[in-house]
Design a protein around this ligand. Structure first.
Ligand SMILES: Cc1cc2nc3c(=O)[nH]c(=O)nc-3n(C[C@H](O)[C@H](O)[C@H](O)COP(=O)(O)O)c2cc1C
Length: 363
């Protein structure tokens, strides 16, 4: 039984400071996941005192405005808006792209001429829309925001959460003014947020090593992300020095996430060894379910993927076709190593269970 006079453990005291600082009631953040974090999911989590999120990578200013409006109509809670820091212009190699297309056409339809050229949504447009929306938190992945944008965030008292994958990235993010470091372990589903795309597979660091090392290296709060999906993971992350956790795959089976059924069902069956990291969906390294395409993409016969975003553009026809056919084998079925812990229950109920269970373990 809990002794009411007992002091909270160091882990809980750290989490309490964090939730006070960011107006939360529990130290659980929804991870920003483009096309998988609709306002319904973010609101369900923020209405329980966690932090909602919008993965805005594919959203222009109008769509960001509409996401925020929808979110605010469903919750007064806290949320973060997130996008990717752009990579340098990719070097084009038309011969290599042709081999990628030939390989992809074994998995899906013919790739239309000009497919490689689909433009990305403007980064500046997204940054401007974030400032206009005025959320409590803006977050980054794949690098650091430009200094003028960091200043604009600070002028408006919007906090910057910087996702990192190494200690040196964490130190450079803190130096640049990040208010919180989100330490992404290699267990994480989806893209790895390495600042330098070509380093990503050389720095595969598990959360158990990454969190304490970053906590020792920086003075700002650290959020743990990657493979956290149940009370044991939350208790462990807080004990390792994190002030909160950010969960992605663990929320993907919630009905509010509204991802495709084949992907959600496959997450439930995915053991830690059933995921794989590959550049073959986008050109950036990401952790996916070990689908037939993902496995073939790392075989000796597979061509080297084109850089981001060329590879993403080239795989679009295959991914769209697989979604239409409900075939998980050609889909971009991102998932972290703790996939099988994800629960198919409403997100609000899940958040309650996760936090109650973690507090019992820590106490
Ligand atoms: C489908 C999916 C999409 C993601 N997209 C983004 C993104 O756009 N921006 C970002 O900061 N993180 C993104 N991530 C990474 C998450 O923020 C987080 O680090 C990761 O989900 C944590 O690992 P977990 O999935 O094991 O919980 C994505 C993760 C997934 C599963």
């Amino acid at each position: 039984m809990n002794d009411p006079k007992k002091q909270p453990s160091k882990a809980l005291a750290r989490a309490e400071n964090f939730i006070d600082e960011f107006n939360l009631q529990i130290p659980i953040l929804l991870a920003p996941m483009p096309n998988a974090t609709p306002p319904e999911l973010a609101a369900a989590i923020s209405n329980k005192g966690g932090m909602g999120a919008c993965g805005a990578l594919f959203l222009g200013a109008k769509e960001i405005r509409s996401w925020v409006k929808d979110m605010r109509s469903q919750s007064n809670g806290v949320f973060q808006l997130n996008t990717w820091i752009p990579d340098p212009e990719p070097k084009r190699d038309h011969k290599a792209e042709r081999s990628v297309c030939e390989f992809l056409e074994k998995w899906g339809p013919a790739i239309p001429v000009g497919a490689a050229e689909i433009p990305l949504i403007g980064f500046q447009e997204q940054c401007d829309a974030f400032l206009e929306a005025g959320p409590s938190v803006v977050s980054s992945i794949m690098g650091l925001y430009p200094t003028d944008f960091i200043k604009a965030l600070k002028d408006r008292n919007i906090k910057w959460f910087a996702k990192v994958t190494t200690v040196s990235e964490a130190i450079s993010a803190e130096k640049a003014g990040a208010d919180v470091i989100v330490a992404q372990g290699m267990e994480a589903g989806g893209h790895k947020g390495a600042f330098n795309a070509s380093d990503a597979d050389m720095n595969m660091i598990g959360l158990f090593s990454l969190v304490p090392a970053i906590c020792d290296a920086v003075n700002v709060p650290v959020v743990a992300s990657g493979g956290v999906a149940d009370p044991r993971g939350i208790a462990a992350a807080l004990t390792l020095g994190a002030s909160a956790v950010e969960i992605g795959t663990g929320f993907l089976r919630c009905p509010e996430a509204a991802i495709s059924k084949p992907w959600a069902d496959a997450i439930a069956r995915t053991k830690p060894e059933d995921t794989i990291v590959t550049r073959a969906f986008s050109g950036r390294l990401g952790r996916s379910i070990r689908t037939k395409y993902a496995v073939a993409s790392v075989s000796d016969e597979a061509p080297i993927p084109a850089p981001y975003p060329i590879q993403r553009n080239l795989t679009k026809a295959m991914r769209d076709n697989a979604s239409k056919e409900n075939n998980v084998d050609g889909m971009q079925a991102w998932a972290g190593q703790s996939s099988s812990l994800a629960q198919s229950i409403p997100a609000g109920e899940l958040v309650d269970r996760l936090w109650k269970g973690a507090v019992e373990l820590i106490n």
